[in-house]
Write a protein that binds this ligand. Structure first.
Ligand code: ASP
Length: 354
């Protein structure tokens, strides 16, 4: 015969076992944070190539991707409803803070962010530097609007949820799923205005594949990200202004001077070739650097590494070389680095590590 306390222990043991069994069979909990983009875009009439980004709610996107309930339990939250050409610091800070808040709770196993493809690479890299978690964070967009014939959004979203629900995606930093491919945030670059196969990773290659809900990982990122990042947006209300200036034949220093006059704390050169520019433009950049504006040399070429002191004497002029980062990614890293320092040497160290 059970005493009351023995009965209590037996009931408790049974409860724990039941909870354990339930936990073993439970699906991961994924939160989908929606920001808009073509994945939520609607055409005025079917077959019309024109459309408006960010027209549909996260609930409609979820409803259009049947079968996701077999991969994960998920909830959706609308962070913004914009085309990513309008992405801005306010949405970035709100998105990153919400993601960090959710990822800090044991109930959330991963995050998916729906996003336009135009600036997806910038948001992905920003999150890669300020997310404080090893849990999977996966960005996803589409090239065709949600109302299009053969819309690519639903399968992209399905694959993104599958990756976010996969423990194998932990510790890889922020990822991007597009057109069955999987990319590391630092490496991804949009290369075609309208093709479905627009994203590539020119320097290090794509990270893997996400194919009908199954992820393959080809390699692991070696640069610092997420939990190994020194950058934080805690208490940050505004990010420093950094402008990108584009080099070309016969360029003078006017755009550089305009950036300085507008209050830029940093300037990224989208240089020709290996981060080069005309003498008048380099002179204007050197004058900016002498005033304390941090100048980073990147390239408009689209791939390759901009190294120090090749044709431009970075040591003498006080410049930073962007290495593998394209201008838009270099701008993201420079803005975060400027929250901590204005020293070109220290910022070169940051570019070496991230
Ligand atoms: N302009 C759109 C956006 O970035 C393009 C897209 O999502 O593919 O929001």
């Amino acid at each position: 015969m059970y005493t009351t306390s023995r009965l209590k222990i037996a009931v408790l043991t049974l409860a724990v076992m039941t909870a354990g069994l339930a936990a073993a069979g439970e699906l991961p909990n994924i939160v989908i944070l929606a920001t808009g983009g073509t994945i939520a875009g609607a055409q005025p009439t079917e077959g019309d190539p024109g459309y408006k980004s960010g027209s549909l709610s996260i609930d409609s996107l979820i409803a259009a991707a049947p079968g996701m309930d077999k991969l994960a339990r998920f909830t959706g939250e609308q962070i913004a409803s914009i085309g990513s050409q309008d992405m801005n610091d306010e949405v970035w800070l709100k998105l990153a803070r919400r993601a960090n808040q959710l990822l800090a709770t044991p109930e959330v196993d991963g995050i998916v962010v729906t996003h336009g493809t135009d600036t997806l690479e910038e948001t992905a890299y920003f999150l890669n530097l300020v997310i404080r978690s090893d849990k999977p964070v996966v960005l996803v967009g589409s090239m065709r609007p949600a109302t299009s014939t053969s819309a690519d959004g639903p399968l992209n979203l399905y694959n993104a949820v599958a990756v976010a629900a996969d423990p194998g995606a932990s510790g890889l930093g922020v990822l991007v799923v597009s057109n069955d491919d999987l990319f590391a945030a630092r490496e991804i670059q949009k290369t075609n205005t309208t093709d479905l196969q627009t994203f590539i990773s020119p320097n290090r290659g794509q990270l893997g594949e996400a194919y009908y809900g199954k992820a393959w990982y080809f390699w692991r990122p070696t640069t610092r990200h997420t939990t190994a990042s020194e950058f934080s947006i805690d208490g940050v209300e505004a990010l420093p202004r950094v402008d990108i200036v584009y080099a070309h034949e016969n360029a003078d220093g006017m755009m550089v001077k305009a950036a300085v006059a507008a209050g830029a704390k940093g300037i990224v050169l989208a240089g020709v070739g290996d981060g080069n520019a005309t003498k008048p433009m380099v002179d204007a950049l050197a004058a900016a650097a002498a005033k304390g504006v941090v100048v980073v040399r990147s390239t408009r070429v689209g791939s390759g590494i901009v190294r120090r002191n090749i044709e431009v004497n970075d040591d003498a002029l006080g410049f930073v070389a962007s290495l593998e980062l394209n201008p838009q990614k270099a701008r993201v890293l420079l803005r975060l680095a400027l929250l901590k320092t204005q020293s070109p040497a220290e910022i070169q160290r940051v570019f070496n590590e991230y």
